[in-house]
Design a protein around this ligand. Structure first.
Ligand code: GLU
Length: 316
């Protein structure tokens, strides 16, 4: 078996919050507990969402928590560059391979048209594409996207959650937009394969996109890693943790006077690694993280915990 190589692949779209930090901690612990390498990669292809300065800020927040990486934008490494916007020629080459092999077809449908014609709603991921352009672009005068023809979404066994349900990820999906932008699905596959990642650890919100990525690995003749999806951190209302839930970014919590050991201890408690109220450094958790797959239900923040998550007087 190849030596473990893990990665954390955030998008520099803002400050990292407790949910992102939890995923980063799990990814880091999986790598360190396996004696493997840990890679930081910035996924900045979605240009309008990229926030200037966010890349440096997220590295600083991760380091403040006690996490480190062997390869990444600031430290380099043998698979550099580690920033997606500097790797676009690789994604274009993969797109050409997919096209030459007949896996993708030009699609000129607009989002609105798809929503109108699609019959079944599709797991919150937008409507299932009905295959309109498979026989040829219906509006050849428009610029075309490239869509992957996915007849049978591959199934997989998540390291934490077990087998994926049948039909997950079904539907032809976009790998390059009509404006020339390349999709996350394509970029993440090209990069994880090129960087020899053996296990992908990421948030549960990306569980549904794994079959599409596995289809790309197959179509490109690339070896797929295993996948571990980490349950999300939810706000008190049960929705995915967000700014509106209060001071949940690592930076804000730091500004409020919290120590990294409190935050890491709180995260580790949520992962079942330590008792409540224990302070911890990431390094102190490595031995306990051996063979832990970090599955389980999402972690919900209690309303009070949001203001005073670590027992200090955070109320103003
Ligand atoms: N860049 C993605 C995000 O920040 C994560 C992608 C991945 O880990 O596969 O949500």
């Amino acid at each position: 078996m190849s030596p473990y190589r893990g990665r954390f692949a955030p998008s520099p779209t803002g400050r990292i919050h407790l949910g992102t930090a939890r995923t980063a901690l799990v990814a880091w612990l999986r790598a360190r507990a396996s004696g493997g390498a840990f890679v930081l990669r910035l996924e900045d292809l979605d240009r309008p969402r990229v926030v200037p300065g966010a890349a440096a800020a997220l590295s600083a927040d991760l380091r403040w928590l006690g996490l480190d990486w062997d390869e990444g934008p600031d430290v380099g490494g043998r698979f550099a560059p580690y920033v997606q916007s500097e790797r676009t020629e690789r994604y274009r080459a993969a797109l050409m391979t997919l096209r030459d092999r007949g896996h993708v077809y030009p699609c000129t449908c607009s989002r609105k048209e798809i929503a109108e014609i699609a019959s079944a709603p599709h797991d919150g991921a937008g409507p299932l594409y009905p295959g309109t352009c498979r026989a040829g672009p219906t509006r050849p005068e428009r610029p075309a996207a490239f869509r992957f023809a996915l007849d049978e979404p591959p199934r997989f066994v998540d390291v934490g959650k077990g087998p994926s349900p049948p039909g997950l990820g079904a539907g032809d999906f976009v790998v390059a937009r009509a404006d020339g932008g390349l999709s996350y699905q394509l970029a993440v596959v090209v990069d994880d394969a090129a960087m020899r990642i053996t296990e992908v650890v990421r948030g549960d919100d990306l569980f549904d996109s794994t079959p599409q990525q596995l289809a790309l690995y197959r179509a490109l003749d690339l070896e797929a890693p295993s996948f571990l999806h980490v349950p999300l951190v939810l706000g008190p209302d049960g929705a995915r943790l967000a700014k509106r839930h209060g001071a949940v970014s690592i930076h804000e919590l730091r500004e409020r006077g919290h120590e990294p050991s409190e935050l890491v201890g709180w995260l580790a408690h949520g992962l079942g690694l330590v008792d409540a109220g224990t302070r911890a450094t990431p390094a102190s958790l490595v031995a306990r993280a051996q063979d832990v797959t970090f599955s389980g239900p999402p972690l919900r923040l209690e309303p009070d915990a949001l203001m005073t998550p670590f027992g200090s007087s955070g109320h103003e």
